[in-house]
Design a protein around this ligand. Structure first.
Ligand code: 13P
Length: 277
């Protein structure tokens, strides 16, 4: 069933666990993630990232409808979320489709501009009864140098002010994860996360979830992370399954193989985030 970000994150808070939040760049990802969540009997969040449409992967207007339809019929609560929206018109499109939450990403903007645009996103989402995630500090880009420069990490005092004054429902913070593949083991700034948690009263989100060790997942969850964004390693699992297949003649065979591998990868993440492993 379709669920709001707040409902899902309240559940995570009550259970002291985190909810897996997966980018779904195609129908296969949507099916894999929902099947994994149903098997684990855990809520889950499906996300469409604005950048994926810009990369030519799938249009919000198309995949958004698939995400909403399959969320609706799922046996577990499923949030449908717009990830890293950088312009308000695009966020509005997601809200018009019925997305239950949006992320406005003004993390590369100066504080004042990020604050002003995030506040507008909150105002707009409220008209749809939707929730808002926003970011302060900046996560590195895919394939960027390993680890974020510390100057880009979230400042705990700024995070407190930002969360209190914008009225957002969840805060993405930067403390050492990056999007995409890690070429060496990420080193997370746990004391910083602990400090942010002690000052910020809304659920915290970790982006760049792929490639973090199971031990570090458990630790960030114990320090208050309630939503973990995850994509690259699930997509890589799908790609590797296809690469390992001898007969690559038909797309439908490859799609079935990739879906099964992505489901297994998402299932592991969901179980770890749920504290079941
Ligand atoms: P990864 O692709 O590194 O798992 O990160 C996904 C993400 O943070 C999407 O917002």
């Amino acid at each position: 069933m379709l669920a709001s970000l707040t409902e899902i994150l309240n559940y995570a808070d009550a259970k002291s666990c985190a909810i897996g939040s997966f980018n779904t760049t195609g129908m296969e990802c949507v099916e894999a993630v929902i099947a994994a969540a149903e098997e684990a009997n855990m809520p889950v969040i499906l996300m469409h990232a604005q950048v994926h449409e810009e990369m030519g992967l799938c249009k919000l207007d198309h995949i958004g409808r698939v995400m909403l339809a399959l969320a609706d019929t799922a046996k577990v609560p499923v949030g449908v979320h717009l990830d890293h929206g950088t312009d308000l018109a695009y966020l509005k499109k997601a809200l018009d489709l019925g997305f239950t939450s949006i992320m406005f990403d003004g993390s590369t903007l100066p504080y004042k501009e990020n604050f002003a645009l995030t506040s507008l996103a909150v105002e707009m989402a409220a008209r749809y009864g939707a929730d808002v995630e926003a970011e302060i500090g900046s996560m590195g880009e895919r394939d960027a140098v390993d680890g974020n420069p510390e100057s880009a990490y979230t400042d705990p005092d700024a995070a407190k002010l930002f969360a209190e004054t914008t009225g957002i429902d969840a805060l993405a913070c930067s403390f050492g994860t990056v999007h995409g593949i890690y070429f060496k083991e990420p080193k997370l700034d746990f004391p910083r996360l602990e400090k942010i948690k002690s000052l910020v009263d809304i659920p915290l989100v970790m982006h760049g979830g792929s490639g973090v060790s199971d031990e570090d997942y458990r630790r960030v969850i114990s320090l208050g992370i309630r939503k973990i964004n995850y994509y690259t390693y699930m997509a890589k699992a799908g790609g590797s399954a296809v690469a390992a297949r001898e007969d690559k003649t038909y797309f439908h065979d490859l799609a079935v193989e990739a879906t099964a591998a992505m489901k297994a990868n998402a299932a592991h993440a969901i179980e770890i985030f749920a504290g079941k492993q």
